[in-house]
Design a protein around this ligand. Structure first.
Ligand SMILES: Cc1cc2nc3c(=O)[nH]c(=O)nc-3n(C[C@H](O)[C@H](O)[C@H](O)COP(=O)(O)O)c2cc1C
Length: 223
């Protein structure tokens, strides 16, 4: 698969087979991802791979908290979106709900859908990427985390793996810390659910929309 094909074919997978991902494969993906560029080569990423029993426990506890109505409190929250950004968020939800056969009024199915992110969409592994708290406030280092996140997602394709970048899974940081060795000195930025995609899962058929290049690009100079 060439690089353009990989970029075009990557998409968020929100349904997975139970089959575990061998550790050697996860290691190979992370090994190549170490080539990701970073601000002044600071390589600020701290990576935690969670699988097996630890992940099962996290999934279960996340769901208990969610069902108890405890508000998720991600360490790296995003602001509520407005305007065109909100509109794109809504369009994504409409497209996903349509594929999943979820109507606006169906509260039970909507809640079921929301919960999926909290159990990593059924993926057998998750890769959590954290940043040392001394680097929080250094925006370029957050870009570095974004860069390695995409690198991991692209590298995963070579092994027939799907991914879903998400913050839902790490939205109860105390649950994650209970089952991993992530210290308080590190801030969890994002995680990547990873596994073999269930190609029959309806939401996995989505090709999410994009703006045309010309609506986001300004050309300057003589070309
Ligand atoms: C920083 C970040 C956080 C995300 N968090 C979630 C999430 O919590 N749940 C989810 O279902 N998708 C999440 N996504 C996936 C986006 O919804 C997805 O990338 C976007 O809709 C574009 O679709 P595509 O990945 O299929 O191209 C996240 C993506 C990014 C980059």
């Amino acid at each position: 698969m060439d690089v353009i094909e990989a970029i075009r074919s990557r998409k968020s997978m929100r349904g997975y087979k139970l089959e575990p991902v061998p550790k050697e494969i996860l290691r190979e993906i992370l090994e190549v991802a170490m080539r990701t560029p970073s601000t002044l080569n600071t390589q600020p990423w701290e990576i935690t791979v969670v699988t097996g029993k630890a992940l099962d426990e996290i999934k279960a506890e996340n769901i208990v908290k969610l069902n108890a109505g405890i508000p998720p409190q991600p360490e790296t929250p995003f602001k509520p979106y407005e305007g065109k950004y909100r509109q794109r968020q809504v369009e994504l939800a409409i497209d996903l709900f349509k594929l999943m056969g979820i109507t606006r009024e169906d509260k039970a199915k909507r809640a079921e859908w929301l919960a999926r992110g909290f159990y990593f969409f059924g993926a057998p592994a998750t890769i959590i990427i954290s940043l040392d708290k001394s680097l929080i406030g250094s925006d370029p280092n957050l870009l570095d985390i974004g860069a390695i996140t995409q690198t991991i997602c692209l590298a995963a394709l070579k092994y027939g793996l799907g991914t879903c970048i998400n913050d839902q899974g790490i939205s109860y940081p105390e649950v994650i810390r209970k089952y991993t060795s992530i210290p308080q000195s590190k801030q969890m930025i994002i995680c990547i659910a990873i596994g073999y995609p269930d190609w029959d899962f309806p939401a996995n058929k989505l090709i999410s929309k994009r703006e045309p290049v010309d609506s986001v690009t300004t050309w300057c100079g003589d070309l």
